[in-house]
Write a protein that binds this ligand. Structure first.
Ligand SMILES: [Zn+2]
Ligand SMILES: [Zn+2]
Length: 335
């Protein structure tokens, strides 16, 4: 019974947890938003809209099926790995004690701030720091070959469904949970140090109010075939679903664009912003010659490890040959 609970119930807990992207309430709001978009903007009738949203060729594609399998198996792998990872509490405690050693910083200097103001400030700070850290880590995942080998799993999706958010290698899961622990620790320790113990977060159903609004506003449509775009000015502030779909495009001009999760301002500030385009014209995936086997579970889990091993091996060989040539030069200089 324990094993069944572990394998099935814990996996599906994500659908009933408002802190998670695929909470059924957020999936439902995404369907409503997609229907409204298709009926009022794309001028389809209600039946056509539903047919488009629940497009069988997308939901039962090879790509989508591997998303579902990865969701299930990654849950199991992460439940084994998570206890081994450093917790935000440990990092927060370390930062909190470090701040006490800085002589010019006074603990609790802002503790008389009204609680409502502390809550508003903490909620905004927490959301902004979280979103910015996701942007930075995602950008590095594209720029560093070792990390790209891992992140490629997410980009191997040739169809997007809300479950594509789980199409990641467990190593990416480890990197992102460390990122989460570090950013939460920074936010908590800084606020507790300066404002005292009255720090609280404004939340709805346990989720940061901004995350809740982002999810109700259709965050799940980012990984979908419904190409909802915003006005250009808004796409510089908040990433539209169509902008994230551009991030998944194989076209060279779309490479390394729109790394942001909720806010587009980071992409705008650091020159990686790309406005939305019609997804019907986009080919999604790693490149135009992507092989079918990239959807196989074995390849999704093992190929990144092979690539990492080969990158490291090449670096070692290069380093050894450099040492060898240096040794010859030194011997030559001695003679
Ligand atoms: Zn990416
Ligand atoms: Zn994505």
């Amino acid at each position: 019974m324990e094993v069944i609970n572990f394998l099935f119930l814990d996996s599906f807990y994500e659908f009933f947890n408002p802190k998670k992207r695929i909470f059924i309430g957020y999936l439902f709001s995404a369907i409503v938003i997609a229907s409204l978009w298709l009926v009022f903007i794309r001028k389809k009738n209600f039946y056509e809209s539903l047919k488009k949203i629940f497009d069988k060729t997308v939901l039962f594609s090879k790509s989508a099926k591997s998303d579902y399998l990865l969701f299930f198996f990654n849950q199991i792998i992460m439940s084994v790995l998570s206890p081994l990872l450093i917790t935000q509490l440990a990092i927060a405690t370390a930062i909190f004690y470090y701040l006490h050693t800085v002589s010019w910083l006074e603990p609790g200097v802002l503790k008389n701030t009204p609680i409502i103001l502390i809550t508003i400030l903490f909620t905004i700070f927490h959301f902004v720091v979280e979103d910015f850290s996701k942007y930075i880590v995602h950008r590095f995942m594209h720029k560093w070959p070792l990390l790209w080998a891992v992140h490629k799993v997410h980009h191997s999706a040739t169809c997007l469904t809300p479950m594509t958010v789980f199409r990641t290698h467990p190593l990416e899961g480890v990197i992102f949970s460390l990122r989460g622990a570090i950013t939460q620790a920074i936010s908590i320790s800084l606020f507790v140090f300066f404002f005292g113990s009255n720090v609280d977060i404004a939340s709805i159903l346990g989720a940061n109010i901004f995350i809740f609004v982002f999810n109700v506003a259709g965050s799940n449509l980012r990984h979908s075939h419904i190409d909802i775009s915003y006005w250009k000015w808004l796409e510089r502030i908040i990433i539209s679903p169509a902008q994230h779909q551009v991030h998944h495009s194989v076209l060279t001009r779309h490479h390394d664009k729109n790394f942001g999760v909720a806010l587009a301002i980071w992409d705008w500030m650091f020159g990686s912003l790309h406005h939305s385009e019609k997804i019907d014209k986009l080919t999604l995936g790693i490149d135009f010659n992507q092989k079918e086997e990239t959807h196989k579970l074995y390849n999704l889990y093992i190929d990144p490890l092979k690539e990492i091993f080969s990158i490291i091996l090449k670096k070692i060989i290069k380093f050894l040959s450099l040492l060898k040539s240096l040794k010859f030069k030194l011997i030559g200089a001695d003679q």
